[in-house]
Design a protein around this ligand. Structure first.
Ligand SMILES: [Zn+2]
Length: 188
């Protein structure tokens, strides 16, 4: 195990809800792996403190392991878009991480936006919601470091494969019928 004070081996249910790691990526934003209702979530979240107590704010995103794997998978595509934007190119990247969570970037902001989107029936497209967090380029750099070490804290990631790689997704129907990959039904 990576840390000697890890509580992951304990049987105590209360301790089971404790976070497995809390990695700072700058400006009070932390990457926290924490079980929630039988599911392990990886939060990228801004924390605040008051009277010596630190607490999570609403500004952030909770990714399940499948979404985390997707985010790790589009690391180089995000980096390529960053360097294109730095060269002044008009690039836009919108990556679906599953269940309407998107990583996006365009020339209007220099950073990576991680956000829950929602299906707008009128527009027949997905729209960004207020639930999410915008990461600066410095925070993105640090988050990439977390991609590497997260497997130490969350060994389950070693056996996680992208949803689209699963056997039942090998034909397009499986992909379109998956509520994770195609969360808003199939629209032509
Ligand atoms: Zn799927």
């Amino acid at each position: 195990m990576a840390s000697g004070h890890s509580s992951s081996t304990t049987q105590c249910p209360e301790q089971g809800e404790r976070s497995r790691c809390q990695l700072e990526i700058g400006q009070n934003v932390y990457v926290v792996a924490q079980p929630w209702k039988q599911e392990l979530l990886i939060h990228i979240r801004k924390f605040d403190s008051d009277k010596g107590k630190t607490f999570p704010t609403k500004q952030g995103i909770a990714l399940n392991l499948k979404q985390w794997v997707e985010l790790c998978g589009c690391k180089s595509q995000i980096d390529e878009t960053i360097s294109a934007l730095k060269q002044g190119k008009d690039e836009t990247l919108v990556k679906h991480l599953g269940a309407n969570v998107h990583a996006s970037m365009d020339k209007n902001f220099t950073g990576v936006d991680l956000r829950q989107w929602w299906w707008c029936d009128e527009m027949k497209s997905v729209k960004p919601s207020k639930k999410g967090i915008f990461l600066s380029l410095q925070q993105w750099e640090k988050l990439k470091g977390c991609f590497t070490v997260m497997c130490d804290f969350v060994p389950e990631l070693n056996s996680s494969v992208p949803c689209a790689m699963q056997d039942d997704h090998q034909n397009q129907m499986g992909f379109l019928q998956c509520s994770f990959c195609t969360p808003n039904g199939y629209h032509q």
